[in-house]
Design a protein around this ligand. Sequence first.
Ligand SMILES: [Zn+2]
Ligand SMILES: [Zn+2]
Length: 145
Amino acid sequence: MLKFTWTHIERHQLITFNYSPDNPELKEYWDNRDARVSRTKAENENSKFQANIYKRQKYCCPICHQNLIYSEEDIHLHHIIPRKKNGGDDSRNLIYMHQSCHYKLHAKGTNTPEALKLLGLTPADYLKLERITQTWHNRQRQDKK
Ligand SMILES: [Zn+2]
Ligand SMILES: [Zn+2]
């Protein structure tokens, strides 16, 4: 009886493959799998982030008011408060527009009254954004700790 059990266990071990992440033979498999999972997660989060910006601006270019989704032109992502002026990557500081509209906007300067007018923003909106991006920067600093 004992002998029988022993044989049974041995046979069982022979046909059971070790799928554990600690199995060195499978290390590459698990590395690739982890990379794939985190890449998909990042892609999903990124597309959610982009979709939020599009939704907020109702899929329209703020400069020419045409729909961005069906545009054949390249779409650019503009920082309303420029990075140089402490603007962060908070989605509320980002806005999609056509490439040509983007150039038109930058020709007015980045955060001049004319540029803000083109974007349909008031100086009060701008001040609000400054606070939002400040909060974004503080949060980034905290995450790094
Ligand atoms: Zn446009
Ligand atoms: Zn820009």
